[in-house]
Ligand binder design. Structure first.
Ligand code: KDG
Length: 353
């Protein structure tokens, strides 16, 4: 009996030893401090689960694949990237919450739902703010863009780069929209963002906030008449099957933000942090280019699929701009006029370049 007791005791002591040794190589615990980096643990493979709401045909997903390729190559596979599309890991808001909790590592939401976490992000969704994609690039990739990304830290999120969703256009199943008059009474799904809701209300529509993951079914079942998204999304998500009209309202330029869980980011070594940051930026350049090609290409395809296309003329667009201005003034006050002014100044400078 004593013989067995000795064997069990020895096994128990060895097990304790192994558990302690394994803990020593586990990823670092979350750190509340800023700009921290973990110790690179040799031989330990880390996994980044990267999820988005759009499907695997969309340039956003192709951008994620680029990120995966760059990170796995540059870390010699010690960081593996798993990619998930079509809301497989949840919608924008729930994925951001998962990043905060450290149960998911990456997501790439539009700025609109980010404003629910950091209200200053609302400024990037001001209707008719950015005059072109090139100006948006310069502002977002410059000091103002970085200042906004820095604000994510307090939310246990790290903003690594801006990607592109693009200029949003209105689609619906009821009638061709050439002006505000035609928008009256249309029920429109918007992203979960207060400014989007108020702007559409001001324009005469009847907006309903909804996660992207529920949108196709809502359109199909007629729960809403329409929605607004860039052409690439409309086509690649198959909205032409359930929507008859599209207008180039271009009412909002929608950026994406490549977000990483701060818990995970802080567990990486400095070298790994630099690799993921650079990969997010490079993949973003690739994604923007593909996105622009897709947005230019698919308008014809939507018409071939049977949708009517209506141009918004200068006068109709100006009427929309004037109508939403009081809403913007209200939000500028709420966000902080100084921040809004900095964004407008950066846009001005970018236009002069
Ligand atoms: O992956 C991003 C999408 O989930 C979402 O942000 C797309 O523009 C979008 C929308 O309308 O919800």
């Amino acid at each position: 009996m004593n013989y067995f007791k000795t064997i069990f005791t020895t096994i128990f002591i060895f097990s304790l030893f192994f558990v302690a040794a394994a803990c020593g190589t586990a990823p670092a615990e979350p750190d509340a401090g800023e700009g921290t980096a973990g110790e690179a643990a040799p031989g330990v493979q880390r996994t980044i689960r990267a999820g988005i709401g759009l499907n695997d045909q969309h340039p956003q997903y192709l951008g994620l694949l680029k990120f995966k390729e760059l990170v796995e190559e540059r870390t010699d596979g010690s960081i593996v990237v798993e990619t998930y599309h079509s809301g497989q890991l949840g919608d924008d808001r729930s994925m951001m919450e998962a990043l905060q909790l450290g149960t998911q590592e990456v997501t790439v939401p539009s700025t609109a739902p980010i404003a629910g976490f950091v209200q200053e992000f609302t400024v990037f969704d001001f209707p008719f703010l950015f005059p072109s994609e090139e100006v948006a690039d310069e502002v977002l990739d410059g000091d103002v863009g970085q200042m906004m990304l820095d604000k994510l830290d307090d939310q246990n999120l790290v903003g690594l780069a801006y990607w592109e969703n693009g200029f949003r256009d209105l689609t619906n199943a009821r009638r061709a929209v050439a002006s505000m008059e035609d928008m009256k009474g249309l029920s429109i799904r918007t992203m979960e963002n207060e400014l989007h809701l108020e702007a559409f209300r001001a324009l005469g529509a009847n907006p309903t906030p909804m996660a992207f993951t529920e949108l196709f079914t809502a359109l199909q079942q007629g729960a809403v008449d329409g929605q607004e998204n860039p052409v690439a999304t409309v086509y690649l998500q198959g909205f032409q099957e359930v929507q008859d009209h599209i207008s180039n309202t271009h009412h909002i330029y929608s950026p994406f933000v490549f977000l990483m869980s701060k818990t995970f980011f802080d567990s990486l070594s400095e070298e790994e942090q630099e690799i993921v940051r650079e990969a997010a930026r490079e993949a973003g350049q690739h994604q923007r280019q593909l996105n622009r090609e897709a947005n230019a290409q698919y308008l014809d395809d939507l018409q071939e699929a049977g949708m009517t296309y209506t141009e918004i003329d200068e006068e109709a667009r100006q009427e929309m701009i004037d109508t939403v201005q009081p809403v913007l003034d209200k939000y500028a006050e709420r966000i902080g006029q100084d921040i809004v002014d900095q964004v407008y100044e950066a846009i001005q400078e970018a236009q002069e370049d």
